[in-house]
Ligand binder design. Structure first.
Ligand SMILES: [Zn+2]
Length: 301
């Protein structure tokens, strides 16, 4: 994959996750900017505008869910399995690193009647959203919810409310056109146990502020926005962390994947007498395995 490190960034701010609490802990808020990651993902996967918009909404959702996992070693994988032509979208988060891919990144759809990118059409309006939390010490924890609209924001809000039973407001957005991501990000507001219904009702009145989140974060900082949006809720910023799109693949992992194919398949590969090349699904990195290495794998198999 060609690495175009000189590509100009639309907004100089780094991608980051901002955490805050409202009303002395009655609610917590996570806000995230994922613009650079969405730009990078669009380039890596040569994604269509509609696919980019979908990736640019799943990235902030996954980043915020990852931000809720306390343990450094905890890994989170979000899979959106809709019935649309885009196919399965998979996003992983560990600490401040994310990776994302989609089955059919090049599928493009006509815009909707009101001129928007048809994310729901691309993802599909029905299907499932699966979240796997994996901690080193115990079995992975999986929860699944149904897609509500395929627009993703509503689907993640539904996931939090139904699967995790935490009343949540979610807004996700990706502003992009003609292959250029201008901004991508999201916000998650969660009522903590004991949060008065009145606070939730008042927070719902603030929804119009962040309904168009990608437009809002395009040229304004997360802290500035948070303090403006939650004025009157005693917003306390707990911290801000930088986020990166960074794959955790390695030659060793690919070697193990080859080994997992089993003896017969390895023998078929060896029969061709050619080196074999594997491509990472997430970062599209390619690694070659020559015939001598296949021979060694065959001895291990
Ligand atoms: Zn990779």
């Amino acid at each position: 994959m060609k690495q175009d490190k000189q590509a100009p960034l639309i907004h100089p701010a780094a991608d980051s996750l901002l955490r805050l609490t409202l009303n002395k802990g009655e609610a917590r808020v996570l806000m995230v900017r994922t613009t650079r990651m969405a730009q990078e993902a669009a380039r890596i996967h040569q994604a269509s505008d509609t696919a980019t918009a979908a990736l640019g909404r799943v990235l902030p959702a996954c980043a915020m869910m990852g931000g809720l996992i306390k343990e450094e070693a905890g890994r989170l994988t979000v899979t959106v399995m809709g019935d649309g032509p885009g196919g399965r979208i998979t996003c992983g988060a560990q600490a401040n690193r994310l990776k994302i891919s989609v089955e059919n990144p090049q599928v493009e759809l006509p815009r909707t009647a009101d001129g928007r990118l048809d994310v729901a059409g691309y993802v599909g309006r029905s299907g499932q959203l699966a979240v796997v939390k994996d901690f080193d010490q115990c079995d992975p924890f999986t929860s699944i919810s149904h897609l509500v609209s395929g627009e993703l924001g509503e689907d993640f809000a539904h996931y939090f409310t139904v699967s995790e039973q935490v009343p949540s407001l979610v807004s996700l957005g990706c502003l992009n056109q003609d292959g250029v991501v201008l901004s991508s990000g999201g916000i998650l507001i969660q009522a903590m146990p004991g949060c008065p219904g009145q606070t939730i009702a008042q927070l719902e009145l603030r929804i119009p502020f962040f309904a168009n989140i990608s437009r809002e974060i395009y040229d304004r900082g997360l802290r500035e926005l948070a303090l403006a949006w939650f004025e009157g809720f005693d917003p306390q910023v707990l911290g801000e962390e930088e986020l990166f799109l960074r794959c955790d693949c390695s030659r060793e992992k690919m070697r193990r994947a080859l080994l997992a194919l089993g003896r017969q398949e390895l023998e078929d590969i060896r029969q061709t007498g050619e080196p074999t090349q594997l491509t990472c699904y997430f970062c599209r990195a390619q690694r070659d395995f020559d015939t001598a290495e296949i021979d060694r794998l065959l001895q291990e198999a």
